[in-house]
Design a protein around this ligand. Structure first.
Ligand SMILES: Cc1cc2nc3c(=O)[nH]c(=O)nc-3n(C[C@H](O)[C@H](O)[C@H](O)COP(=O)(O)O)c2cc1C
Ligand SMILES: C=C(O[C@@H]1CC(C(=O)O)=C[C@@H](OP(=O)(O)O)[C@H]1O)C(=O)O
Length: 388
């Protein structure tokens, strides 16, 4: 696979800041901080979030790669300050002399990275694990995704995500229009488009909170306007379906990914799965879109549809059994502060994961150093498709 877009994030959940370096975006994408802050604010919303979101007000700062409202083509460095750091300065200090005794976390939480991380990195304090395994990292992933979305938008490609299910309460599929779904879901408490189902979702979250429990759910991300032929069938790691699945599965607490019909395709016969091909208005199209816009690892010109399943949050206010790593005696797992349900926030993270993967694939096929060059390459391809 050709490396067109690379990014690295860094930062502990309660450290001073999160940072990312993004390399490979072309010059001349119009960009301001608000383009990113808008998405950071969306990620902070949602019924079921815990106390941390009342402390943070995520805002990005460009440290390189942007001048006078446009990308330069050089690496873009992003920074987001953790406001909570003020409360953790000593506990998170890099200086050995600031060490605070007696605060080690020794009751690892089932379902989190705590115990395995302690064994793997030889830590005697789960804090050294949870600081980076925390989904605080997703704030920066959303910032990188917002950059990619701005790039995609300038090529006529839109990415939108919303919640379709929270712990078995499912949004009705009556509203089939993806833009309408997205518009309805924006700013709704559970980021879903079905107001009736949402009442049930809110009740389920409140009930779980009262019981000291937590909930997961399902998010759906749709890409509109993607050209035919992103990704490839020629090698396993160039298949776009596999790359999208990896990107969405890499989000903290995600345990399943489906494209189009997903697992349902395995239960149906071929005639009920494959989308018939037709030609009209000067272009090929599919009569249905059960494949979710991907065939043979490539975009086929229909909307891309990716769903991700998120498990319930591992930190429970009514904690599960664990073991004290020092005494090896049974103990209740640690709980400091936690979300009860973060599925609405995860829909925004999933949008980012998809947008980053799409931007990579787009740069592979239509690459260039400036936005104008890439736009011209894409226009040429679209003209070719229209001429068939
Ligand atoms: C947006 C978001 C917020 C999350 N908030 C919490 C939280 O408050 N408490 C918690 O224990 N886990 C939370 N998680 C889930 C953990 O980060 C995740 O379960 C953990 O990293 C272990 O990874 P795994 O579940 O992928 O195995 C959150 C995940 C996401 C995507
Ligand atoms: C900080 C965020 O999410 C955090 C993700 C998280 C976890 O374990 O993944 C645990 C919680 O951290 P804290 O103990 O500081 O409240 C969440 O708040 C965020 O989304 O920005």
């Amino acid at each position: 696979m050709i490396m067109t877009l690379r990014y690295l994030t860094a930062g502990e959940s309660h450290g001073p800041a999160l940072t990312a370096i993004v390399e490979g975006l072309p010059s001349n994408i119009e960009l301001c901080e608000e383009d990113i802050n808008r998405h950071l604010a969306r990620r902070q919303l949602g019924h079921g979030r815990g106390g941390r979101m009342a402390i943070e007000k995520d805002q990005v700062r460009f440290l390189s790669g942007v001048r006078w409202g446009k990308t330069l083509g050089s690496p873009v460095t992003l920074s987001i300050v953790n406001r909570d750091w003020e409360n953790w300065e000593k506990k998170m200090s890099p200086r050995a002399e600031d060490r605070v005794e007696g605060i080690a976390i020794v009751h690892p939480r089932p379902g989190h990275a705590d115990l395995t991380g302690m064994i793997k990195y030889r830590h005697d304090d789960a804090r050294n694990v949870l600081e980076r395994s925390s989904a605080r990292e997703t704030a920066m992933r959303v910032a990188v995704g917002a950059l990619c979305m701005k790039f995609l938008k300038s090529l006529g490609i839109e990415v939108c995500g919303y919640v379709t299910e929270i712990c078995g309460v499912t949004a009705s599929t009556e509203c089939a229009d993806y833009r309408e779904r997205f518009a309805r879901a924006e700013n709704s408490p559970c980021r879903t488009f079905d107001a009736d189902a949402e009442k049930g979702m809110i009740a389920a979250i409140d009930e779980a909170k009262a019981a000291g429990d937590s909930l997961g759910g399902v998010v759906e991300v749709v890409v509109l306007g993607a050209p035919v032929g992103l990704g490839s069938y020629v090698h396993w790691d160039r298949r776009l379906d596999g790359r999208l699945a990896a990107a969405v599965m890499s989000i903290q607490a995600f345990k399943g990914v489906e494209i189009g019909l997903g697992f349902e395709a395995a239960r149906r016969s071929g005639s009920q799965v494959h989308d018939e091909i037709a030609y009209g208005d000067g272009a090929f199209y599919r009569k249905s879109n059960r494949a979710g816009g991907l065939e043979g690892g490539m975009t086929n010109g229909e909307a891309i549809i990716v769903r991700g399943a998120m498990k319930p949050i591992p930190t429970l206010y009514t904690p599960l059994e664990t073991v004290d790593v020092r005494t090896k005696q049974p103990f209740k797992a640690t709980v400091e502060r936690s979300d009860v349900c973060a599925v609405p926030a995860a829909a925004v993270v999933a949008e980012a994961a998809v947008a980053i993967t799409l931007a990579e694939a787009l740069l592979e096929k239509f690459g260039g150093d400036s936005l104008e060059e890439i736009q011209a390459h894409l226009e040429g391809h679209r003209r070719h498709v229209q001429s068939l």
